[in-house]
Design a protein around this ligand. Structure first.
Ligand code: 5GP
Length: 129
């Protein structure tokens, strides 16, 4: 069965898109740790990130770096953290999280945003790419 992220890639499920290339997609996490929390994924569905073949893995890292630089410009924060978990969605992804405190990295305190706020922050990050 297609992962929820494959359904986002196909457009079956909507997302707040930040960036897209032929092979990778970046969009806002729907349940963010902090405003601007972004997910970067390969379009090819592979569950575990370290099972990606080397070129795809390095491509994802390079794409995530470009998006992280834009997130840092778009969102006031001390730095952008990068986390890989994958316990919820079995489709490799990188979390880019604007960090001000260690709490922002802990996936416990969540930030509620409405549709307008999601749209505005996605557009603002995209404007720095
Ligand atoms: P992980 O698999 O790394 O533990 O967490 C998956 C992440 O994907 C979570 O932070 C969760 O909020 C996010 N997520 C799960 N389903 C969706 C979805 O349908 N859309 C978006 N934008 N994010 C999702």
């Amino acid at each position: 069965m297609a992962s929820i992220f494959t359904k986002i890639i196909s457009g079956e499920i909507p997302c707040y898109k930040v960036a897209e290339t032929e092979d990778y997609l970046a969009f806002l996490d729907i349940n963010p740790n902090a405003k601007g929390h972004t997910l970067c994924i390969p379009k090819a569905e592979v569950d575990k990130i370290f099972d990606l073949e080397e070129v795809a893995f390095h491509g994802l890292m390079a794409f995530s770096r470009q998006v992280a630089i834009a997130v840092e410009k778009a969102v006031p924060c001390k730095r952008v953290g990068m986390t890989v978990i994958g316990l919820e969605v079995p489709h490799a992804h990188v979390h880019l999280i604007p960090l001000n405190t260690m709490e922002d990295a802990r996936f416990i305190n969540k930030t509620k945003l409405d549709r307008e706020e999601f749209e505005a922050i996605a557009a603002r990050i995209a404007s720095f790419l």
